[in-house]
Design a protein around this ligand. Structure first.
Ligand code: NAD
Ligand code: UDP
Length: 329
């Protein structure tokens, strides 16, 4: 490819929370972006600000199906696969679609990357580790996943997506990069996606009781979207072939009860907390080892939880004031 030619990236799942931020980051690095999304959990309003951006194109399609033939004729430099619902209630609402998105969607996007010699970046997940027996989680840990439980459509789907991705790499068909993303939050999360950060903020802003599942002693480690997308961009730009996945997440671990306490304090809410049953197979704890990301990508998250929560709360508060610019799907 001549240096004068523009770079093109396909972002599958680009209308979603993280995908839309990735589209913005690529465009700001002068990469043309083609977003492919079926709008199951993504929203046109996440991309409304790009409506008149000539370097951005939106294709409404489901990656389970054959991709539009036109894509195969383009000189694409990178294919980012973020297509897949990420919140447990959403990915469990249609488990067959979730599993097929991970497997068939990844196969279709790998083949697209192969056809144009593009690099393929998979958004995998910390759910690969399931309910982890080692702590913090390192990439060499194989995980502890219930293969038949309600989370399996996502966990096993992503594990199969990783398998296929590394098979394509081993066969010399595609240059691949795999990110195992840990819990990430920030502006453009859906208020109704059922995840802890969006639930706690919307409940606290409304002075409604904040729901804690189980006793709240389970832990997570929350990464701000801007940091995470910086990691994905570095991974996509990394010229060294990598022989395995890379964790991306913020190692600052805290219990869900502590997180809820912070959200209530930062919103100045009068909310109480209410304890609800813990969902089946809910992981007890999660914290990434990011030594590999640090060494190979020079990456580590910069935005502390309190700062990230403040801007996420401000975004949710502003959202509540607005009528949507473009109808949400
Ligand atoms: P999201 O639900 O906001 O975004 C997913 C996007 O993919 C949506 O726009 C949705 O409409 C689209 N999509 C789903 N299935 C599709 C299909 N078959 N064809 C085309 N488009 C499809 O979720 P997110 O939080 O932005 O997550 C993005 C990616 O990152 C996902 O692959 C997820 O597994 C991964 N990830 C996210 C987190 C997190 O904490 N946000 C953690 C680990 C992994
Ligand atoms: N959770 C909670 N209250 C909620 C939503 C989630 O206590 O309203 C808990 C959930 O059971 C889990 C943790 O918060 O232990 C993180 O849940 P989330 O769905 O955000 O992410 P994941 O379970 O995929 O890590």
């Amino acid at each position: 490819m001549s240096k004068m030619q523009r770079k093109i990236a396909v972002v599958a799942g680009g209308a979603g929370f993280l995908g839309s931020h990735l589209c913005d980051a690529l465009l700001s690095e002068n990469v043309d972006v083609i977003c492919v999304d079926n709008f199951r959990t993504g929203r046109a309003r996440n991309l409304a600000h790009l409506q008149r951006e000539p370097r951005f194109e939106l294709i409404e399609a489901d990656v389970i199906n054959a991709l539009p033939a036109r894509l195969g004729r383009l000189q694409i430099d990178a294919v980012f696969n973020l297509a897949c619902a990420a919140s447990p209630p959403h990915y469990q609402a249609d488990p067959e679609h979730t599993l097929l998105t991970c497997v068939l969607g990844t196969r279709n996007l790998l083949r697209l990357a192969e056809a144009s010699g593009a690099r393929f970046v998979l958004a995998s997940t910390s759910e690969i580790y399931g309910d982890p027996e080692i702590h913090p989680q390192v990439e060499t840990y194989w995980g502890n996943v219930n293969p038949t439980g309600p989370r399996a459509c996502y966990d096993e789907g992503k594990r199969a997506a990783e398998t296929l991705t590394f098979d394509y790499a081993r066969m010399g068909r595609v240059d691949v990069r795999v990110a195992r993303i840990f819990n990430t939050y920030g502006p453009r999360m859906r208020a109704d996606d059922g995840r802890i950060v969006s639930n706690a903020i919307t409940q606290a802003l409304a002075d409604n009781p904040v729901t804690i599942y189980g006793d709240g002693t389970q832990s997570r480690s929350f990464c701000y979207a801007e940091d995470l997308v910086d990691g994905l961009m570095r991974l996509g730009a990394c010229e060294t072939p990598l022989d395995g996945p890379i964790n991306l997440g913020n190692p600052a671990e805290l219990t869900i009860a502590k997180l809820v306490g912070q959200v209530i304090a930062l919103t100045g809410s009068r909310s109480s907390t209410v304890f609800c049953p813990l969902p089946l197979d809910d992981p007890r704890r999660r914290r990434p080892s990011i030594a590999r990301a640090n060494k190979l990508l020079g990456w580590s998250p910069r935005i502390p939880l309190s700062t990230g929560l403040k801007s996420t709360i401000a975004w949710f508060a502003a959202e509540q004031q607005h009528t949507p610019v473009v109808n949400a799907h």
